[in-house]
Design a protein around this ligand. Structure first.
Ligand SMILES: Cc1ncc(COP(=O)(O)O)c(C=O)c1O
Length: 329
């Protein structure tokens, strides 16, 4: 198969830590792959995908990055940071129901010099392509060349990021002398999960890859995964169908994207106090809660799991604008 060229921006390999101070059903062990430590400004899962997309952008002679997401998008912040590092301009289209003070990721976007256009969730849903194209046209008018990156960098090229992450995990297994039977991640735009699934098939790794969706439905993301495979297999020059089972655990999106329930807030707080690890409120907090609840309920997906590796995909900055919700006492 062919793996496209990429930049090297993330601090890799990220560590794998065992979480020992949390009660788990007999015979099960939990490990964290610390992809929240891929960097500081460039922290989280997005940078693995951006390494491929930004190589492509530079190859095409682009000098301006345009991307989009929620107002606290980790992906948008990572793109803004990478743009500053590479000397590129960056325009972000961010969905926000209200005018907000720059905090968390939005503060960092501005610090990195990105141009931020806040749009209503309705416009984001209905006019995103048009708004991004308008920004690209404006760039062309000033003699610049724009590179558009979709939500979460989850396009076929971006999925190579987590294809290589699974390869990295297999190398670490050999060094650590552990074999993980189950790998769990949150599913937001689908690229992280898809990359792991594609690698599991093509590297014949034999893992159970479980995604936990934090918005939409499991069926929606099964379809996205199938669609990503079309483009991925073309780039990879692989001539086979996607045959991996697509395990996606539904039921933990709570009140919807970037909204939290009291149970989720309590879970993130308790997890921090018991382990010293901060999960984020939008992705990893919900997904880890889904994993813990499922283990407690003896969910069939994890019946045979003994060594479970949860991918901590980052998102810490998204916690700070939620300070009031997370006020502890
Ligand atoms: C911290 C964090 N974790 C997980 C995800 C989900 O990853 P993906 O969009 O590849 O499904 C995202 C972004 O969407 C994220 O910012």
């Amino acid at each position: 198969m062919t793996i496209p060229d990429k930049l090297s921006l993330a601090h890799l390999p990220t560590p794998i830590d065992q979480i020992r101070r949390i009660e788990l059903p007999r015979g099960k062990k939990l490990f964290l792959k610390r992809d929240d430590q891929t960097g500081t400004e460039l922290s989280g899962n997005k940078i693995r995908k951006l390494e491929f997309l930004l190589y492509d952008a530079l190859e095409q002679g682009c000098d301006t990055l345009i991307t989009c997401g929620g107002v606290q998008s980790n992906h948008a912040r990572a793109t803004a940071a990478a743009a500053a590092k590479l000397g590129l301009r960056c325009s972000l289209v961010l969905s926000s129901p209200t005018r907000v003070l720059p905090a968390g990721n939005l503060l960092l976007d501005k610090l990195f010099g990105a141009t931020v256009q806040l749009v209503s969730p309705r416009d984001f849903g209905e006019r995103l392509e048009e708004i991004m194209q308008q920004l690209a046209d404006e760039a062309t008018d000033r003699g610049a060349k724009a590179y558009q990156i979709p939500v979460g960098a989850s396009n076929p090229l971006g999925t190579f990021g987590y294809f290589l992450a699974l390869q990295e995990i297999l190398d670490q297994e050999r060094a650590l002398g552990i074999s993980f039977d189950t790998i769990v991640c949150s599913v937001g735009s689908g690229g992280t999960y898809a990359g792991l699934v594609f690698a599991n098939q093509l590297l014949q790794a034999g893992k159970k890859i479980v995604g936990i969706n934090i918005s939409q439905t499991a069926d929606h993301f099964r379809l996205i995964t199938q669609q990503l495979w079309q483009g991925f297999s073309q780039i990879a020059e692989v001539n086979e169908d996607l045959t991996e089972p697509l395990h996606i655990l539904d039921g933990y999106a709570g009140r919807g994207y970037a909204l939290n329930t009291a149970e989720e807030v309590d879970f993130v707080r308790d997890f921090a106090r018991e382990t010293g690890v901060v999960l984020d409120p939008v992705y990893t907090g919900k997904a880890m809660r889904g994993l813990m609840e499922s283990l407690k309920q003896n969910h069939r997906l994890f019946e045979a799991s003994e060594h479970i590796l949860f991918i901590h995909t980052g998102g810490l900055f998204g916690l700070f604008p939620k300070a009031e919700e997370f006020l502890l006492d």
